[in-house]
Design a protein around this ligand. Structure first.
Ligand SMILES: NC(=O)c1ccc[n+]([C@@H]2O[C@H](COP(=O)([O-])OP(=O)(O)OC[C@H]3O[C@@H](n4cnc5c(N)ncnc54)[C@H](OP(=O)(O)O)[C@@H]3O)[C@@H](O)[C@H]2O)c1
Length: 275
């Protein structure tokens, strides 16, 4: 049964600029949660259909409906062209949500001077399942009611985390934005390690994925932290403890993951400098 979209989540119209991998996942979740397709317009140069009942346009309309929420979902380098066409259509009641990596709030404010409420969002791909993570940031110029409305719009996509400091965007992107790829690599490596100690490859692959999925679900429901859970399931002198000792020696897993996130963060900072 289709969920009924709570009206307070979405007062008027959603205008998506670009609807590729990421914005497409967001829209797909909103539609499956009951957002009326008639409230959505997608602008994409290819004109490819998106979903039944969603209007797709290849050029900007003459005007946006009052109170439109715009989702900027194209590539960051397209911001100048998009702003040239879109900024004149924006008014004080236009809300802008930008998922453009590396495009600062100050730049968005300068490109869309008429829009008062602007929020940066960094979603990750599982938003399509409603199991994503989206970091949000805005400043005091954005009305608190608009922040609440945008937070409520993002909430069906999974965990929503407002961050206090925009300078942390590359850090949170390294963790949750890039995190799915790191987890995919971990699952694959766990399977290959199983194979290396003698488990048939296809069985190791199935077991590694199900182990990660089940353990993540268990940790999400547990009353204690993952760190405590790990210790609770590792009896002294047992097999699990022996394996954890390898991961824990010299904090090697921590060092590996810190290096991984730092490399992703540093790349984000370099891209923001145009390198
Ligand atoms: N992928 C991720 O995991 C991820 C995570 C967080 C944030 N982001 C951000 O999401 C944004 C999109 O990334 P993506 O991976 O979804 O890219 P993508 O799949 O290549 O999608 C880009 C979209 O932009 C449209 N587009 C191209 N030129 C345009 C123009 N001149 N004006 C308006 N729209 C235009 C494309 O139209 P057609 O469909 O017609 O080709 C397409 O729908 C980026 O800014 C990225 O920083 C991505």
């Amino acid at each position: 049964m289709t969920a009924i979209w709570p009206d307070h989540l979405f007062p008027n119209h959603l205008f998506l600029v670009g609807c590729g991998n990421m914005a497409g996942q967001m829209l797909s979740r909103w539609l499956s949660e009951g957002l009326e397709p008639a409230r959505v317009t997608v602008l994409r140069p290819s004109g490819k259909p998106v979903a039944d009942g969603v209007a797709v346009v290849t050029d900007y309309p003459a005007a946006l409906p009052a109170g439109t929420t715009v989702l900027l979902g194209m590539k960051p380098y397209q911001i100048a062209d998009v702003a040239d066409a879109l900024a004149p259509l924006c008014a004080a009641d236009t809300r802008i949500v930008s998922i453009l990596a590396g495009t600062t709030l100050a730049e968005l404010r300068s490109r869309f001077p008429a829009a008062r409420d602007i929020v940066r969002a960094m979603p990750n791909l599982p938003v399509g399942l409603g199991e994503g993570v989206t970091a949000l940031f805005s400043d005091d110029a954005t009305d608190s009611a608009a922040r609440d409305a945008i937070g409520a719009l993002i909430q069906p996509l999974g965990l929503v985390e407002w961050i206090a400091d925009e300078a942390l965007f590359n850090q949170v992107t390294a963790l949750s934005g890039c995190g799915p790829a790191f987890l995919f690599r971990f699952v694959d490596t766990l399977a290959r390690a199983g194979e290396a100690i003698g488990i048939p490859a296809d069985q190791a692959a199935r077991m590694a994925l199900a182990t990660v999925q089940g353990s993540a679900n268990m940790a999400a429901r547990a009353a204690v932290s993952p760190s405590t859970l790990a210790d609770q399931v590792a009896s002294p002198g047992g097999m699990t403890r022996q394996g954890l000792n390898v991961l824990d020696a010299d904090d090697r897993l921590l060092a590996l993951l810190t290096d991984t996130l730092a490399a992703a963060r540093d790349r984000g900072e370099a891209m923001a400098r145009g390198e």
